[in-house]
Design a protein around this ligand. Structure first.
Ligand SMILES: O=C(O)[C@]1(O)C[C@H](CCCOc2ccccc2)[C@@H](O)[C@H](O)C1
Length: 151
C-alpha cells in the first residue's frame, strides 16, 4: 500500500508566493502541495494536503487522520506560537509529526522563537524556504514507520 502522509498548512499560508516574497519566496502553496505529492509518489507513498485559516478546522483534520496516516508534516503558521488546541490534537492522535517553517523563526521577532509543537515533534525544519517541504516529505518516506491502517 505504501505510506500515507498528511501535509497541513495553517493560516495565511494560502498567500505563499503572492505576498512577502522576501520572507517566504515566490513559490505558491499549490505548487508546494503538488511537488510534495510528487516527491511522496516517487517513494511509493501518498500525500494529502490541507490548508486552513481556522484553528478548529485544523484540529478536526488532525482528528480525522487518526489510524489513517503514518506521518504529519505541519506548518502551523502563526498558530505555532499560540495554539495549545492544535498541540493537543496532535498528541491525541499519536501520529508522529514534523514541524516546518519556511522562514528561520529564530532569526525573527522574539515572540516567534517559542513553539507549542517543537518539544513533541519528531523533527523540526526551519529556514530552508519551501525546500523544507521536500526535505520533510523525503524524511517521512524514508524514516517513519508504516502502520496498520483503520478501515
Ligand atoms: O516561516 C513560517 O513558515 C511561519 O510558520 C509562517 C507564519 C506566517 C504565515 C503567513 O505566511 C505568509 C506567506 C506569504 C505571505 C504572507 C504570509 C509565521 O507566523 C510563523 O512565525 C513562521
Amino acid at each position: 500500500m505504501g505510506k500515507s502522509i498528511l501535509l497541513i498548512n495553517g493560516p495565511n499560508l494560502n498567500l505563499l508566493g503572492t505576498r512577502e516574497p522576501h520572507v517566504y519566496g515566490h513559490t505558491t502553496l499549490s505548487d508546494v502541495e503538488l511537488s510534495s505529492c510528487e516527491v511522496a509518489a516517487s517513494h511509493g507513498a501518498v500525500l494529502d494536503s490541507f490548508q486552513s485559516n481556522h484553528e478548529g478546522a485544523i484540529v478536526d483534520r488532525i482528528q480525522a487522520a487518526r489510524g489513517k496516516v503514518d506521518g504529519i508534516i505541519i506548518n502551523p503558521g502563526a498558530y505555532t506560537h499560540t495554539s495549545v488546541a492544535i498541540r493537543d490534537a496532535l498528541l491525541s492522535v499519536g501520529i508522529p509529526f514534523i514541524e516546518l517553517h519556511v522562514s528561520n523563526v529564530h532569526a525573527r521577532e522574539p515572540w516567534r522563537h517559542h513553539s507549542y509543537f517543537s518539544d513533541k515533534a519528531a523533527g523540526i525544519i526551519v529556514g530552508l524556504g519551501v525546500y523544507g517541504y521536500k526535505v520533510a516529505v523525503e524524511h517521512v518516506c524514508v524514516n517513519f514507520e508504516e502502520k496498520e491502517k483503520e478501515a
